[in-house]
Design a protein around this ligand. Structure first.
Ligand code: CTP
Length: 447
C-alpha cells in the first residue's frame, strides 16, 4: 500500500472526530495528525469527559480548527450550526468511544454537543471502542454494540492487550493506523486482511466471541500469593522487603481472565485488588500461610509473594524504647515456607500444579532447577533481580520458566524475552491453562 494511494483516498475528505473521555484519548491526537498528513480535513468535537484527558487547545492546534464542545458559543452556532457541522462531514468517527457514549448513541440521546452531532448526522459513523475489559464484555455494552451495528454504525476494535487499568483483554482502542484503515474502508477502500471491521453487514460480536481470552481455566480454583510480608518487631516497627506485588497481582488477574476462580493472598501492597479476584489481605508470613491452607483444596497454587524468610522470634508487646547504650538485639526465627509446605502436603490435598518463584542475582536457571527440587514444586518462574534489572517495583520482568512436572518428561526451560509484568502474567496463565488441558487429554486417553 503506497503513500500516494493512502493520500489520494483521504485527500479533501472531511472527517468529524468525536473524542470521548477515556485514557485512549491521547491516541486521538496521533489520529488527527495521521489524517491530516493524508490530506483529510478534521473537525473535532469533545465530550466534557474527554477534556480531562486531552485539552481542547491541543486538539484544536493539531486539527487547525475550533473544537466543538459543550461550550460551543452562540457565535459559532451562527457561523456553523451543529446540524451543518455533522452533515458537512463525509464520515463521523468516535475515537475513543467509551462505554458511556456507546450507550448514549444506542439510546439516541442528544444530551451534549458530541451526541447531538452524532444524532443529527446523515453520514456514516465509525466507532473505535476503548474501555476496561469487563465493561466491554458486559451484556449492557454488548447490547448497545449490537444496537449500533443494526443502526449501521461500523465498529473497529477493540484490540486485546494490556490496559491502563492493569488488566489484560479486549478493550484497548484500535491503533490510529488501524482506525485510518477502517476510515478508508468506509470510504470505499478494501480493509487490510488482518483487520476486522464490524459493520451492518457482519455478525455482531457476542460476549463469547469478543472474549478472545480462551476460558481455559474455567472451573479451576487457584491460589496466588503476592506482595511482601511484614514481620512485626513491636507494635510500630516491622521487617519487610521491596516487593511491590505487581507481578503476583497481574498473575491473579490473568488467571481470572482465563476463567479461574482465584484467591489472592496478598501481603501489604499499595495496589488495588484485581477485579474478579477474591483478595485476602494479610500482614505476616504466618498469616499468609494460614490463609493459603484455609483455601485448600485447589487445582493450582502460584507463590509469587516475597515472603520474609525470618521473623522476630518474640514480638515486643510495647514499642521498644532506646534504653542504655546498646541497641536491642533481635533474635530471629524462621518463617514457615508456604511454597514448600503446600508442595509437600498430603497428596490428597496437594494441588495438581504448584508454581514457585525464584529471585536470583546470578546463575538464574541453575539455582531455579535446584529450587525445584528443594521446594518439591512443579514449576519455578525464575527471574533476575540483579542490580539494574529493575524487577523489584518495576513494570518489566525477565523470566525463565523451569518445569519439572510429570506432564513434561524432564525439566524443561523456556527463556522468555523481557516483557511487561502483565505480559508475563498472561503468558504464565496461558501455560497453566495448556498444562491443565494437556493433563486432561492424557487422562482421557488412558481412561
Ligand atoms: N516462599 C514461600 N514461603 C517462604 C519463602 C518463600 O512461599 N517462607 C516462596 C516464594 O513465594 C517463592 C519461593 O518460595 O515462590 C522463593 O523461594 P525462596 O527460597 O525464598 O527464594 P529466594 O528468596 O529466591 O531464595 P534464596 O534464599 O534461595 O536466595
Amino acid at each position: 500500500m503506497g503513500k500516494t494511494a493512502e493520500g489520494t483516498l483521504l485527500k479533501g475528505k472531511r472527517i468529524l472526530l468525536v473524542i470521548s473521555g477515556g485514557i485512549a484519548a491521547y491516541k486521538s491526537l496521533e489520529l488527527i495528525r495521521r489524517l491530516r498528513e493524508r490530506g483529510a480535513a478534521v473537525r473535532c468535537a469533545m465530550t466534557s469527559g474527554a477534556e480531562h484527558f486531552v485539552t481542547p487547545m491541543s486538539v484544536s492546534a493539531l486539527s487547525g480548527e475550533k473544537v466543538a464542545s459543550n461550550l460551543f458559543s452562540l457565535t459559532d452556532e451562527a457561523e456553523m450550526g451543529h446540524i451543518e457541522l455533522s452533515r458537512d462531514a463525509d464520515l463521523l468517527v468516535v475515537a475513543p468511544a467509551t462505554a458511556n457514549i456507546l450507550a448514549r448513541m444506542a439510546q439516541g440521546l442528544a444530551d451534549d454537543m458530541a451526541t447531538t452531532l452524532l444524532l443529527a448526522t446523515d453520514k456514516p459513523i465509525l466507532v473505535a471502542p476503548a474501555m476496561n475489559v469487563r465493561m466491554w464484555v458486559h451484556p449492557a455494552t454488548q447490547r448497545n454494540i449490537e444496537q449500533l451495528r443494526k443502526d449501521g454504525v461500523a465498529i473497529i476494535g477493540p484490540n486485546d492487550g494490556e490496559m491502563a487499568c492493569g488488566e489484560f483483554g479486549p478493550g484497548r482502542m484500535a491503533e490510529p493506523l488501524e482506525i485510518i484503515a477502517a476510515i478508508e474502508a468506509q470510504l470505499g477502500k478494501p480493509l487490510p486482511r488482518h483487520l476486522t471491521l464490524v459493520s451492518a453487514a457482519r455478525p455482531a460480536p457476542t460476549p463469547a466471541s469478543v472474549q478472545p481470552l480462551a476460558q481455559g481455566l474455567k472451573g479451576r480454583r487457584i491460589i496466588v500469593t503476592s506482595g511482601p510480608t511484614h514481620e512485626p518487631i513491636d507494635p510500630v516497627r516491622y521487617i519487610a522487603n521491596r516487593s511491590s506485588g505487581k507481578q503476583g497481582h497481574a498473575i491473579a488477574a490473568a488467571l481470572a481472565a482465563q476463567g479461574a476462580e482465584v484467591t489472592l493472598v496478598s501481603g501489604p501492597v499499595s495496589l488495588p485488588d484485581p477485579p474478579g479476584v477474591k483478595t485476602v489481605h494479610v500482614e505476616s508470613a504466618r498469616e499468609m500461610f494460614e490463609h493459603c491452607f484455609l483455601n485448600l483444596p485447589v487445582d493450582a497454587v502460584v507463590c509469587a509473594a516475597a515472603v520474609a524468610d525470618w521473623r522476630v522470634a518474640v514480638e515486643a508487646p510495647q514499642k521498644l524504647k532506646k534504653s542504655g547504650d546498646l541497641p536491642p538485639t533481635l533474635k530471629l526465627a524462621e518463617n514457615p515456607d508456604i511454597l514448600r509446605a503446600i508442595a509437600t502436603t498430603d497428596p490428597k490435598r496437594r494441588p495438581a500444579l504448584v508454581v514457585g518463584f525464584a529471585a536470583e542475582t546470578e546463575n538464574v536457571v541453575a539455582y531455579a532447577r535446584k529450587k525445584l527440587q528443594s521446594k518439591g514444586c512443579d514449576w519455578i518462574v525464575a527471574n533476575s533481580v540483579a542490580e539494574g534489572s529493575g524487577t523489584f517495583g518495576g513494570d518489566r520482568n525477565t523470566v525463565h520458566l523451569v518445569r519439572g512436572d510429570s506432564v513434561e518428561a524432564k525439566a524443561s526451560v523456556e527463556d522468555w524475552p523481557t516483557m511487561s509484568k502483565q505480559d508475563v502474567a498472561a503468558r504464565l496463565a496461558e501455560r497453566i491453562a495448556e498444562h491443565f488441558s494437556a493433563s486432561r487429554r492424557k487422562k482421557d486417553k488412558s481412561a
